[in-house]
Design a protein around this ligand. Structure first.
Ligand SMILES: C[S@@+](CC[C@H](N)C(=O)[O-])C[C@H]1O[C@@H](n2cnc3c(N)ncnc32)[C@H](O)[C@@H]1O
Length: 269
């Protein structure tokens, strides 16, 4: 089974991603990192894996600064078609080119050795341990830095809490571990595994929180419907309870706060 993500969902989540990354940005000095990675090269070369419509590019390019060349990789041509070719602002200029590849089947086709920074946002929970290991072999061979942003870490806190939250979360977490095309998915285990592997490679690793804090009723409804659908797909016998939970949650969507735990992981060779 492959994972399909609509441009509408990516657009809905992007403001929450940006707000979450404002929290982590203060703790990650990407401009200094970029200067170090660039060395004497005029342009910083970045590869963004599973780029979607380019949210990671839009977030990182101003923070990295200077001249940048991006290779944006995804398996969905509709998302790649929405990517910009050039982005610029005060003190920075980024040129982007798309690469249409199924990363689960053809990881070796990505020209990793061109990159000084290999990045991905909201990808790691979808992949398997063996795929992550294969990726990190390429990272090490390229002697590149990595930035894995917005990785779910399993923390989900509703205010107010309601009956049924725990059961739906458990089913949702189990659904996250299903194969998304890369083998058994790591789900919330991905962060700890990536950090352990990067440590073992001798990389210097920084981990910071980038949580979603959602009070917007439109996003809350999307989250509630998504979680209930995943819970149902995971456990058909839970239908009545999942539907009742969804109805209770939707009725409260105008006065609810949901925190979804995420982590950003930056590692330098
Ligand atoms: C949660 S979205 C994240 C998109 C983007 N990085 C962002 O932060 O908005 C996951 C992305 O993974 C891509 N994807 C899923 N499976 C893939 C595969 N086998 N090969 C390449 N891209 C894949 C999807 O098309 C989607 O763009």
């Amino acid at each position: 089974m492959t994972a399909a993500f609509s441009a509408e969902w990516l657009a809905l989540r992007e403001p929450f991603d940006r707000a979450a990354r404002r929290e982590s940005a203060a703790l990650l000095d990407l401009q200094a990192m970029a200067a170090r990675l660039r060395g004497g090269d005029p342009a910083l070369c970045v590869i963004d894996l599973a780029c979607g419509t380019g949210a990671n590019l839009r977030e990182l390019a101003p923070r990295l600064g200077g001249t940048q060349r991006w290779l944006l990789v995804d398996h969905d041509p509709r998302l790649l078609a929405a990517l910009p070719e050039v982005l610029e602002g005060p003190g920075w200029h980024a040129k982007a080119r798309p690469l249409h590849i199924d990363l689960a089947a053809a990881l070796d086709a990505v020209p990793f050795r061109e990159a000084q920074l290999i990045t991905a946002s909201a990808l790691l929970d979808l992949v398997s341990a063996s795929w992550l290991d294969a990726l990190l072999r390429h990272v090490r061979a390229a002697n590149a830095a990595v930035l894995f942003a917005l990785n779910v870490d399993g923390r989900v806190v509703w205010e107010p809490g309601l009956a049924g939250d725990a059961e739906v979360h458990e089913l949702f977490a189990a659904h996250q571990r299903r194969d998304k095309g890369f083998g058994p998915a790591l789900g919330a285990e991905a962060v700890a595994l990536a950090i352990a592997r990067l440590d073992a490679m001798g990389y210097s690793v920084t981990q910071v929180r980038s949580d979603w804090c959602i009070e917007d009723p439109v996003m809350l409804r999307a989250m509630i419907e998504g979680m209930a659908a995943a819970a149902l797909e995971q456990e058909a016998d839970a239908q009545e309870r999942a539907e009742a939970w969804k109805a209770r949650r939707l009725a409260l969507a105008d006065c609810t706060c949901l925190r979804v735990g995420h982590q950003d992981v930056l590692a330098m060779p």
